[in-house]
Design a protein around this ligand. Structure first.
Ligand code: ME8
Length: 714
């Protein structure tokens, strides 16, 4: 490996502050951290950036719904992301927020430059806009966003436009000449066919809301959030600053070697961003690499679906396996378990399922029984048979069974990592764990220990096993920095983080472990976890689920429909709970009528008081998304717009309504029903419907006149 110092600037997406961090966000950030640590140990001058994306209509609306100013709202959620990355021990060198002055200044500088260079002009736009994705969509009024499936809104504004159309052929030529610019191949093909189908100029300002960076010299416009957000990759390293230190930093680190993103934002990073940079006369990043989606219970883990798992849950549950550690170290240990799982379990670039079950299985099989057991048995024997001192190999034997004759993982490990094949890279190390374990079992050093004449052979076997562990541990360091540090110390090698910085974790020759090294204090690294940890994780998740709102009064609770109820089961093995109500399906009786005069006397059995009725919050909503749920014949997943927020509701009406016929309908939603999970998805509310005929066909309550979303029925 070359010793010349290369710089390596890598970035994660900056995350929207309208959602709390979950392990989907952690996944991309962890992958970058692994890459950053590996590049550092190879001697590169690394700059690792992450941060939060805080402007736009979506954030403004979420802040309103939370009764906070957009800035306060952004401050709170951004701090959560920042704090979580620190708790997990991530090594980002900077954390950019798009509400920071350094960013605003850089964006305004970029906008003005694009104007001066003739790539931004003023015009009028009328068309469809997806607020959730902050993107324009081709098609007639009401067309559904092709990315997220939500209904678009019609906007008509005087806007600034970017001449994206001018870059069609330049971009295609660039992709052809730089086949590694977009990874994986599938995404590259999608991006190229998108560009080939023709690029239209892009509106890059908005006047319909204020929460953004003002267009310089025309402050009633704010800069389009994607132009604002993408620019973070340059503003964070000094673009647009007149300070010479910032300018030097920018000159040093730009262009980035890697933008790591989730696959759904490829178009923004592979088409818009390079076009903005070309227009500004700036060099293009070397690579945009997309991770696949982390799925939970078969669909993409995301806030709008409510099927999220948080990294804190895993840190807490696995951290508890090490009660002897201070809390910060328990967190780091749990973070290592998550890091290992995500990189090993999911072939990078593909979608992959997360489950508590799979996490536990990997932990026990690979870490407790695999690597952890190898370390423990080897070092315990050195302790016992060699007084805790690494023995020397005095045999001079290089038999075919010798570990070094059969195994050399370093080159292949790095090659795989360079190709983003992290799972295969780790697999290479576990082949080594298997070989070393097999050698120990075959040679049975504990039997040799009884025979003094076999001492040289015993020492050789133990030395080789320990040296082997050293090599695997050094390579594994970027993946599990906490646990490998413990193994390193037990091997008597001191501080692994220092060793990484000094370049001692590369060029791992066999024999690098000095005989005579005194082992550190021994102790189990990966205690076995039992199945209860699954329940524990479910409990922690449930405890942290959004606070339930007032229980719906019995009078309007859905009639439990046996066939629908069969669908309702908890996301993961969960603690015993009271019986769950049927999914938000059909409320019977039909729409309540105007309240009757309240009698003084106690109500009869089947009547309710006006106060009872007032407890039920009924509001007008519009169905924006309706889709079937895999393997659930009776359930539909709906996203309904209440005007002030969008909610996910699961409804047992799939046998009676096709998803397409529901989109755009204005319906009645019971909004203060406690949220609950079905099929791993959260349902937050219930649709109001009449139950018709013998079969109880649900007929949705709807309106014959114009009515504003969110209006209360009373
Ligand atoms: O898109 N599986 O922010 P965002 C895998 N602000 N990765 C996931 C994931 C999942 N289920 N969920 C989230 C934005 N991610 C913009 C980006 S960049 C200039 C602006 C990760 O909060 C993945 O990296 O929606 C995805 O691209 C990113 O979080 C989206 O985060």
């Amino acid at each position: 490996m070359s010793d010349t110092v290369n710089k390596f600037y890598l970035t994660t997406p900056i995350y929207y502050v309208n959602a709390r961090p979950h392990i989907g966000h952690a996944y991309s950030t962890i992958v970058c951290d692994v890459i950053a640590r590996r590049k550092r140990l190879l001697g590169d001058d690394v700059w690792f950036l992450t941060g939060t994306d805080e402007h736009g209509q979506k954030i403004e609306r979420s802040a309103n719904a939370a009764n906070k100013t957009p800035q306060q709202f952004a401050d709170d959620v951004s701090a959560e992301f920042h704090h979580l990355w620190q708790r997990m021990g991530l090594t980002n060198d900077d954390y950019i927020r798009t509400t920071e002055d350094r960013h605003k200044r850089g964006v305004q500088h970029l906008f003005s430059l694009l104007q001066q260079r003739g790539f931004i002009y003023k015009g009028t736009y009328t068309g469809q806009y997806c607020v959730s994705d902050e993107a324009y969509v081709e098609g007639p009024a009401g067309v559904v966003c092709p990315d997220c499936g939500r209904v678009t809104e019609t906007v008509s504004e005087e806007n600034y436009f970017f001449k994206l159309s001018a870059f069609e052929s330049t971009l295609l030529k660039f992709y052809e000449e730089n086949p590694d610019f977009i990874r994986p191949e599938k995404i590259r093909n999608e991006v190229m066919s998108f560009v080939r189908s023709g690029l239209k100029d892009l509106s890059v300002s908005r006047t319909s809301f204020n929460w953004g960076i003002p267009v310089p010299g025309d402050e009633k416009h704010v800069v389009y959030v994607w132009l604002d957000a993408l620019a973070n990759y340059i503003t964070a390293i000094g673009y647009g600053s007149s300070d010479p230190a910032d300018q030097a930093k920018f000159a040093k680190y730009w262009p980035a070697e890697l933008h790591l993103i989730g696959k759904e934002i490829s178009r923004f990073h592979c088409v818009y961003w390079p076009a903005f940079l070309l227009a500004a006369g700036l060099p293009l990043p070397k690579a945009v690499v997309a991770n696949g989606w982390l799925l939970f219970e078969e669909s993409k883990m995301s806030k709008s679906r409510g099927n999220v798992v948080r990294a804190e849950t895993i840190m807490e549950a696995f951290g508890a396996l090490k009660p002897e550690l201070p809390k910060e170290e328990q967190d780091l240990f749990g973070a290592d378990v998550l890091r290992y799982f995500l990189l090993r379990e999911i072939p990078f670039g593909q979608d992959g399922s997360f489950s508590f079950d799979a996490l536990l299985t990997r932990y026990n099989a690979d870490l407790a029984n695999g690597y952890g057991n190898l370390v423990s048995r080897t070092l315990t024997m050195i302790q016992k048979y060699c007084d805790g001192i690494v023995p020397a190999d005095r045999t001079g034997l290089t038999s075919a069974h010798s570990l070094k004759a059969v195994y050399g993982p370093e080159e292949e490990f790095h090659t795989r990592c360079n190709r983003y094949e992290f799972s295969r890279a780790i697999e290479v190390l576990w082949i080594g764990v298997g070989i070393a374990d097999g050698e120990l079992s075959a040679q049975s050093p504990w039997k040799l220990a009884a025979d003094l004449s076999k001492k040289d052979l015993l020492d050789k076997i133990l030395y080789e096993a320990a040296d082997h562990i050293r090599i695997i541990t050094a390579l594994l360091y970027p993946v599990m920095p906490y646990a490998t540090a413990k193994v390193w110390a037990q091997l008597g090698l001191g501080d692994i983080h220092e060793a990484a910085l000094k370049g001692e974790l590369k060029n791992l020759e066999w024999g690098g472990l000095q005989p005579g090294t005194k082992l550190g204090e021994l102790g189990p690294i990966f205690p076995r976890a039992d199945k209860e940890i699954i329940t524990r994780m479910s409990e922690i998740e449930q405890k942290n689920a959004p606070a339930a709102v007032a229980e719906a009064p019995a009078a309007v609770k859905a009639e439990p429909k046996p066939e629908v109820k069969a669908e309702a089961k908890p996301a993961a093995p969960a603690p015993a709970k009271p019986a769950e109500p049927a999914p938000a399906a059909v409320a019977a009786p039909a729409t309540p009528t105007a309240p009757a005069p309240v009698a003084e006397a106690a109500p009869a059995d089947n009547t309710i008081t006006i106060d009872d009725f007032a407890k039920v919050e009924l509001r007008v909503a519009q169905i924006k998304v309706a889709e079937r749920i895999p393997k659930a014949d009776k359930l539909l997943r709906l996203e309904v717009d209440l005007g002030y927020e969008t909610r996910q509701i699961l409804s047992g009406i799939a046998e009676w309504y096709a998803p397409e016929e529901l989109i755009g309908r204005r319906i009645v939603v019971i909004t203060n029903l406690a949220p609950r999970k079905m099929r791993g998805l959260e349902s937050h509310g219930m649709l109001l419907a009449a139950s018709d005929g013998d079969h109880g066909r649900p007929v949705l309550a709807t309106f014959g006149e114009e009515i504003a979303l969110g209006s209360r029925l009373k």
